[in-house]
Design a protein around this ligand. Structure first.
Ligand code: HMG
Ligand code: MG
Length: 300
C-alpha cells in the first residue's frame, strides 16, 4: 500500500501574514476554499493575534465566515492567548495552534514574553481548547536556529516539545522559522524529539526555504519517520519577526517531490499549480515555486 503523507497547507496564514499590502478578505477566503478543494485535508487558515502585531491577519473572523468549508477538512488558527482562543471558537475552527519558540530571544520578539511565560499562558488555552473538543497543535519556532540568538540547543527543542505534549498537544511542529537548518542537523533534532514524541503521528516538519534546504530537509525528516509536513502554495510568506526569512517551502515543490517518491498525499498537484498562479497574480508576485513555474509553463 502507498504510504500517506499529511501536508498542512499554511499559505493562507504563514504565507499571507507577511504581505505588507492588505490582501482582501474575499481573496483570502477564496484561497482557503480552493486549497481545501484541491485536496489539502488540513489548511492553516488564519490567526487570532493582536492586529497591532500582525495587521494582515486582523480579518480572521470574516475570512472564516466567507470560506466554503469542505466536510472533513481541518481548518486551523494560530492563537497566542485566551482572547485568540475565543476568536477561534467563535469562528468554529477545528484546530488551534499555540506557538512558542525554542529560543528566548525569538519568544520575546514574536509574542512579547519568555518561553516559560508563554507556556503558562498556553495552559488555559490548551485546557479550554480540549474541553471544546478542538484539536491542539504546538509550534516550536527557531528549532534549527534563531535570527537573534544563532544556534538553538537541541535540548531546548526537546524541552518545549515535552511541555507541549504535557499540555495535551495532538501534534508538534518542529519549525525552521528562518530556513537555516541542514539535513544532518534536521536528523539530529528529529531523532532527539523522537525520544519524547512519536515521529510518525505527532511530529511535523515546518521548513522555510531561505537557504534552499527545505526539500533536502524534508527528505531527511522522512528518513527519520516524520510523516507530516507544512508547505505554502507558491512558497508564499516569511515571518514578520524573523528578518530575511523567505516563505515556507512551496507546496507545488513538495508535492512534486513526494509524488515522485511514490508517496500519497491526496492533493491534486495540477490544481495547486493553478492556485499558485492565481494567488501570485492577485498579490502581484511571481511564484517562488520552481515546480509551480515549470508546470504552469507547460499548460496550454
Ligand atoms: P502584548 O502587546 O504583549 O499583549 O502582545 P497585550 O495583552 O498588551 O495586547 C496588546 C494589544 O493587542 C491589546 O490591545 C490587546 O487587547 C490586543 P490594546 O488594548 O492595546 O488596544 N490583543 C489581541 N487582539 C486580538 N486578538 C488577540 C489579542 N491579544 C491581545 N488574540 C501578543 C502579546 C501575544 C498578543 C502579541 O505579541 C501577538 O499577537 N503576537 C503574535 C505574533 C505573530 O502572530 N507572529 C507570527 C506567527 S508565528 C510564526 O509565523 C511562526 C510559525 O510559522 C512557525 C515558524 O515558522 O517558526 C508558527
Ligand atoms: Mg512559519
Amino acid at each position: 500500500m502507498t504510504e500517506h503523507i499529511k501536508i498542512v497547507e499554511v499559505g493562507p496564514r504563514d504565507g499571507l501574514q507577511n504581505e505588507k499590502q492588505f490582501v482582501d478578505t474575499a481573496i483570502k477566503a477564496e484561497l482557503i476554499t480552493r486549497l481545501a478543494a484541491a485536496g489539502f485535508a488540513n489548511v492553516e487558515a488564519v490567526s487570532f493575534v493582536s492586529p497591532k502585531w500582525v495587521p494582515q491577519m486582523a480579518d480572521g473572523a470574516d475570512v472564516m465566515a466567507a470560506v466554503q468549508r469542505k466536510p472533513g477538512t481541518l481548518y486551523s488558527a494560530l492563537v497566542p492567548n485566551m482572547r485568540g482562543l475565543e476568536g477561534a471558537l467563535a469562528a468554529h475552527m477545528d484546530e488551534v495552534v499555540i506557538f512558542g519558540a525554542a529560543s528566548e530571544a525569538f519568544s520575546q520578539r514574536n509574542i512579547n514574553c519568555s518561553i516559560a511565560e508563554s507556556i503558562a499562558r498556553f495552559e488555559p488555552v490548551a485546557q479550554e481548547a480540549k474541553r471544546a473538543g478542538l484539536r491542539l497543535r504546538g509550534s516550536i519556532s527557531c528549532a534549527l536556529g534563531c535570527p537573534y540568538q544563532g544556534e538553538t540547543p537541541i535540548s531546548a527543542v526537546v524541552d518545549v516539545a515535552q511541555r507541549f505534549l504535557a499540555l495535551g498537544c495532538d501534534e508538534i511542529d518542529v519549525a525552521d522559522t528562518i530556513g537555516v537548518g541542514t539535513a544532518a542537523q534536521v536528523q539530529r533534532v528529529m531523532q532527539a524529539v523522537g525520544q519524547v514524541a512519536d515521529l510518525g503521528t505527532q511530529v511535523s516538519g515546518h521548513f522555510h526555504d531561505t537557504y534552499g534546504q527545505a526539500l533536502a530537509n524534508i527528505l531527511a525528516a522522512l528518513e527519520c519517520g516524520v510523516r507530516i509536513f507544512h508547505s505554502s502554495v507558491a512558497g508564499l510568506g516569511g515571518c514578520p519577526y524573523a528578518k530575511g526569512a523567505t516563505g515556507n517551502v512551496a507546496s507545488e515543490d513538495v508535492l512534486y517531490l513526494l509524488h515522485g517518491q511514490g508517496l500519497h498525499t491526496g492533493v491534486d498537484l495540477d490544481a495547486v499549480v493553478d492556485i499558485g498562479s492565481w494567488i501570485s497574480e492577485k498579490i502581484g508576485r511571481t511564484t517562488a515555486s520552481r515546480a509551480g513555474r515549470a508546470l504552469a509553463l507547460k499548460k496550454p
